[in-house]
Ligand binder design. Structure first.
Ligand SMILES: Cc1ncc(COP(=O)(O)O)c(C=O)c1O
Length: 427
């Protein structure tokens, strides 16, 4: 399409803050794994709104839930009890499979903000520090990680590019090499209170944590009285073919202290959520409390978090994933895609699991960077022109994050577009 003279694009130019580098296309409609632009051109959507539209577009169960709940009650604030929030919390605790409670917010950055505040409160008010029960505040995170765009989020994130121009950052984060337990052991001081980690790093280029790394982090946190906080915002709730991303990597009896979710949780309706483990901790002031009860009234909140509309929609999404066997579909289609992608010329490596795949471009695409765009941005643009939406991750990785409803025929179609596009670029 020729979005350059599109009226929509002109309105953006005049009225929308230019904080995003957008592709030259105006999307107007979606159905299943496909979307259409304003000129009627069709695209296979293998970005799914960056790992969000788990049931694809215009799914009848989402439409039905939105319609039903909107007619009953859209919003109340958190001054009152509402049934959908209670039901969704119970569902999420069941998904983790260990006792705990859930705090609701509106986005991934806020879900992580919640765990960062929880760690601070735990460090300031609770014991567990071998170095002598002084307040602790430092959170360990990892190189290439991504934890959101708030000040706490960019401070936690292990990528320089998101921090530029925003000094001074929030103090109290130390970034370490990923999958390196020795580095973690060495970094712990009397001030370290928690570790925040993505079981599969998403924005950084699709790098899964190793089993040994996750088990080692759990053991380090246990030994030092620290919290192990998993950021499952991109890899959780089905994308890896498992409700819990970490369970694709480690055995079932591994229990984190917190889990952050957003993205796919609402199938496109904005929602963030944080699970906090029920685990007894001791207060410095004396007395025991469960970790999941540490955030008491007045300590944390948000007007919109967990509205009846968002929670009813999320319940419909999660129940559909369960009822329609979409975890098994994500795993089967992911395995199939991986095998097909491995045979394409020009691809150096395919990483990831389920429907969270990172396609690392070979060295021959390095020269594309000369245009000012990274090789991955250039290839993603070409793919879009050829009818396939994907997302770059880092300079040389293309992400495939299709809806969990994707079919084998749609994978075949996307593989064909990708192989033809790569061949045309290097010819
Ligand atoms: C792992 C991870 N954490 C946090 C975030 C931030 O989520 P949001 O954009 O909803 O604030 C993202 C978004 O890409 C993410 O992938």
């Amino acid at each position: 399409m020729t979005a350059i003279d599109s009226e929509t694009q002109q309105l953006f130019e005049e009225f929308v803050v230019p904080s995003y580098g957008r592709y030259d296309v105006v999307l107007v409609r979606g159905e299943g794994s496909r979307v259409w632009d304003e000129d009627g051109k069709e695209y296979l959507d293998f970005g799914a709104g960056i790992a969000v539209s788990t049931l694809g577009h215009a799914h009848p169960r989402i439409i039905e839930a939105l319609d039903r709940q909107a007619r009953e009650l859209i919003h109340t604030s958190n001054l009152y009890f509402t049934r959908p929030q209670a039901e969704l919390a119970r569902k999420l605790v069941g998904i983790v499979g260990s006792a705990g409670k859930v705090f609701f917010s509106n986005s991934g950055a806020e879900a992580n903000e919640t765990v960062i505040k929880l760690a601070r409160k735990f460090g300031n008010e609770c014991t567990g520090n071998a170095a002598g029960d002084k307040p602790r505040f430092e959170i360990l995170t990892f190189h290439r990680s991504f934890h959101g765009r708030t000040m706490a989020g960019i401070s936690a994130t292990g990528q320089e590019k998101v921090k530029q121009g925003f000094a001074p950052l929030l103090a109290g984060f130390n970034h370490l090499p990923f999958n390196d337990l020795n580095a973690v052991e060495k970094a712990i001081t009397g001030e370290t209170v928690a570790i925040l980690v993505e079981p599969v790093q998403g924005e950084g280029g699709i790098y899964p944590a190793s089993r040994e790394f996750l088990l080692g982090l759990r053991s380090i946190c246990d030994r030092h009285g620290m919290l192990l906080m998993l950021d499952e915002i991109q890899c959780g709730l089905g994308r890896l073919g498992n409700w819990c991303g970490w369970k694709e990597i480690v055995e079932e009896d591994f229990v984190p202290d917190t889990v952050s979710w957003a993205k796919g949780i609402g199938g496109g309706f904005p929602l963030g959520a944080t699970w906090i483990r029920k685990r007894e901790i001791q207060r410095l002031a004396g007395g025991a409390i469960d970790l999941c009860d540490l955030l008491q009234p007045g300590s944390h909140g948000t007007t919109y978090g967990g509205t009846p509309l968002a929670c009813a929609t999320s319940l419909a999404v999660l129940n559909t994933i369960e009822g329609d066997g979409l975890l098994a579909n994500a795993r089967a289609q992911g395995d199939y895609a991986k095998q097909k992608l491995a045979a394409i010329l020009g691809i150096k490596e395919v990483r990831g699991m389920g429907l969270m795949l990172g396609i690392e471009l070979g060295g021959e695409f390095g020269a594309l960077g000369a245009s000012g765009k990274t090789p991955s941005q250039t290839v993603v643009t070409e793919l879009m022109q050829n009818g396939l939406l994907t997302v770059p991750a880092g300079p040389s990785v293309i992400r495939w994050l299709p809806p969990l409803i994707v079919s084998r025929e749609e994978i075949d179609e996307a593989v064909l577009i990708l192989s033809r596009t790569l061949a045309a670029i290097v010819s």
